[in-house]
Design a protein around this ligand. Structure first.
Ligand code: 2IP
Ligand code: CA
Ligand code: CA
Length: 351
């Protein structure tokens, strides 16, 4: 069994669920419904988007855990799969052996909405092949890694806010400021000894639109190989969050960098991966291990990395690292880059 191919396929299944919830009117209505505080409803899920997130995460955990039992206990994600209702009951969302069993479980969680439960369960259990995945380069050989010594971080949907009600807005650099293009599915495998990411898959479910059908694209990378072409030209563009502090922004601008605000931590790293931006600079603690593990692995396969911002401004280059036991925050902020000359220049600007 080939881990990279399995990760790509399961990321496509995740993307299919994300697309289904936007395209199917019944599911879309659930996705955008506003919670009413007056509603005395005993159902488990009053926030459908959380269920979509949890379901995708459980799908990835289930499929990868089944195919790679050595990894099973080390697959972690952003979401918690236990829901409780107003009657004090709890239920654990998981992928069952059969479509019928998964649908039956989802029906309870969804307050007896059999239609929604069946639609989701069908997509969860549908077989997907590698040929269905759009990627610039199909993976050839698997990466040899020690599964016993590896862990996995999943962000089932990054940029949830854009997923629910984003308005498409594109900058003149070709980078999406907001909207569905900023949504990504992020899966990363890391080495428990070194703490460094090894293999990453970033699936962008919404790239091109044809009527109500969206097509996506999948990006991958691992030790010394990735789906991306050779290094693109320097852009003099740096991506930042819309909530970034003014100080780092003006320092970068003073040295001639164009600043582009974009939504989604995963999407901003993807912009660096694709060469649309030279770097992504974040001075705050607002990203988590599941946001960076997958895309950082791709950057590392291209000669770049994600490093700790607070260390970089003290002229220390420290890679963001992963460890099952420690917290999930990327404390101290991050800088993502593809070319080391860019990192040096950005550090120079910021110090
Ligand atoms: C969020 C999401 C946000 C990002 C934040 C992440 O993850 O990527 O867009 O903020 O850091 O944690 P910003 O867009 O300002 O960079 P999620 O959508 O999974 O909560
Ligand atoms: Ca996230
Ligand atoms: Ca998320």
């Amino acid at each position: 069994m080939d881990l990279l191919k399995s990760l790509i396929i399961v990321s496509e299944k995740a993307a299919n669920i994300a697309r289904l919830c936007r395209r199917n009117q019944h599911l879309f209505n659930l996705l955008i419904q506003k919670k009413s505080s007056k509603e005395a409803n005993p159902r488990f899920v009053d926030d459908f988007k959380t269920l979509a997130d949890v379901l995708i995460q459980e799908l990835v955990k289930n499929q990868i855990g089944k195919q790679f039992p050595e990894l099973q206990r080390s697959i972690k994600g952003e979401e918690n799969n236990i829901f409780s209702n107003q009657l004090g009951e709890t239920i654990q969302v998981e992928v069952k052996e059969s479509e019928e069993e998964t649908a039956a479980l989802l029906q309870v969680v969804l307050n007896e909405d059999a239609r929604a439960a069946q639609l989701l369960a069908r997509e969860v259990h549908r077989d997907v092949s590698l040929d269905e995945v759009t990627t610039q380069k199909a993976p050839a050989e698997d990466f040899i890694i020690n599964l016993q010594n590896s862990g996995v971080w999943i962000d089932p949907i990054d940029s949830t806010a854009e997923y629910i009600n984003g308005i498409e807005e594109v900058s003149n650099t070709g980078i999406s400021i907001s909207g569905l293009k900023c949504v990504t599915v992020l899966i990363g495998v890391f080495d428990k000894t070194t703490g460094l990411p090894l293999i990453g898959v970033v699936n962008q479910p919404f790239v091109t639109q044809d009527g109500d059908q969206w097509k996506g694209e999948c990006f991958w990378g691992g030790p010394a190989e990735s789906s991306l072409p050779p290094a693109p030209a320097v852009t003099k563009t740096v991506c930042v969050s819309s909530s970034e502090n003014p100080a780092p922004i003006s320092k970068l601008q003073e040295k001639g960098y164009n600043i582009t605000e974009a939504s989604g931590a995963g999407y901003k790293i993807l912009a660096v991966v694709k060469g649309l931006a030279d770097a992504y600079v974040l001075s705050k603690d607002s990203t988590f291990k599941w946001d960076t593990c997958g895309p950082q692995a791709i950057l590392r396969s291209l000669g770049g990395d994600v490093v700790v911002f607070s260390e970089a401004v003290r002229k220390q280059v420290v890679s963001v690292k992963y460890d099952e036991g420690s917290g999930s925050c990327n404390c101290g902020g991050i800088i993502a880059y593809r070319k080391s000359a860019v990192l040096e220049d950005v550090i120079e600007c910021l110090t």
